[in-house]
Ligand binder design. Structure first.
Ligand SMILES: Nc1nc2c(ncn2[C@@H]2O[C@H](COP(=O)(O)OP(=O)(O)OP(=O)(O)O)[C@@H](O)[C@H]2O)c(=O)[nH]1
Ligand SMILES: [Mg+2]
Length: 324
């Protein structure tokens, strides 16, 4: 099995190799000079790390160069990694277990009856069109099940028949239960029914896929608020997780959108997708810096196993070419 670090490194290969090409392999170890610093600055901008982070990294490397004129690329990479770790402090979202601990059914109580089933924990995925919600719903369900949890998915993108079919084909492929209705059905009603089904069947998790929507469309944003209200009739704490799925290749565009989604739906976290398909994987840093919402998972491909819990350390090491 690939190590988690290797998955990050492979998934971020486009970003990493673009930086290496622009800096002529600086992190390999050659001596730092003014030209190398310029190349590094340019490479970090191009990879979408943003002005603040790029400036901080360059400032610290320049300060170290003033102390030690022989500073080399590997040492510079270590300094860059330290800055990035600092910027990403608090960025890792950690998903705590579902309605029961991994692997175990509810414990049997003294009267021999067994605990009443707990409410399912709910994750609702929202975002603009095409950001990766449906794929992430399936990958996440697969991940949770691989961790020994029981999962059900809800197809609450009722705008297009194709959307339900897309999730159904994932459900069939992965053997995961799906609650769906016809296209045009009320998304909130599907979410409500799915919650009831998850509760009745003692599932740990319910993952809700929603329709893509532009943050500027008030009626669609209202639909999200309604999904939340209706779910709260079942469980005032639901949906416990409200994650914005952000296309990592779109960079700074996501930040304004996220602010509007946050106002309507009270986001609790982020999933950053498609980092494998872009040489601008630094965008994740700007997104976190602006929003300060924990990143729970990142998408590094289109296969079921290509969703990884976000690890700031693995990300930082991959970017700066540090070995695990
Ligand atoms: N390379 C790569 N592709 C991804 C990733 N996540 C999603 N995709 C692809 O992006 C495209 C859109 O993904 P969907 O999951 O359908 O996106 P969505 O947000 O559900 O789209 P709408 O429902 O239309 O709003 C699909 O072709 C996915 O396979 C990822 O992490 N990496
Ligand atoms: Mg979708």
């Amino acid at each position: 099995m690939l190590s988690l670090f290797k998955k990050f490194k492979d998934g971020l290969a486009k970003t990493v190799s673009a930086i290496a090409a622009k800096t002529h392999g600086l992190f390999g170890g050659r001596k730092i000079d003014a030209a190398a610093l310029e190349e590094l600055e340019e490479a970090l901008y191009t990879a979408d790390f943003g002005v603040e982070t790029t400036t901080e990294i360059l400032q610290e490397i320049k300060a170290a160069c003033r102390q030690d004129a022989t500073l080399n690329g590997q040492q510079a990479a270590a300094i860059g990694a330290t800055v990035l770790r600092r910027v990403l402090t608090g960025s890792e979202g950690k998903l705590e277990g579902g309605s029961r601990p991994p692997g175990g059914r509810g414990s049997v109580n003294a009267s021999g009856g067994g605990d009443p089933p707990k409410n399912p924990q709910l994750i609702c995925l929202i975002g603009v069109n095409g950001s990766g919600k449906t794929t992430t719903t399936a990958k996440l369900a697969h991940k949770l099940r691989s961790d020994g949890q029981s999962v059900i998915m809800a197809a609450c993108d009722t705008f297009r028949a194709a959307a339900v079919e897309q999730l159904r084909s994932w459900a069939d492929r992965l053997g995961i239960e799906l609650i769906a209705s016809h296209s045009g059905a009320d998304a909130a009603a599907v979410a409500f029914d799915a919650w009831q089904a998850a509760k009745a069947r003692g599932k740990d998790w319910l993952i809700v896929d929603t329709a893509g929507r532009l943050h500027t469309k008030g009626n669609l944003m209202e639909e999200l608020a309604k999904i939340r209200r209706v779910l709260q009739k079942n469980d005032p704490a639901a949906p416990q997780h409200r994650w914005l799925v952000v296309d990592g290749s779109l960079g700074a565009n996501s930040i304004e959108q996220a602010k509007v989604f946050h106002q309507s739906f009270g986001l609790t976290g982020l999933v950053v997708t498609k980092l494998d398909g872009t040489s601008r994987g630094g965008a994740l840093v700007g997104i976190y810096r602006q929003l300060k919402l924990p990143i729970y998972f990142i998408g590094l491909g289109e296969q079921p196993d290509d969703l990884q819990p976000f690890s700031a350390e693995n990300y930082v090491r991959a970017v700066f070419g540090l070995e695990a």
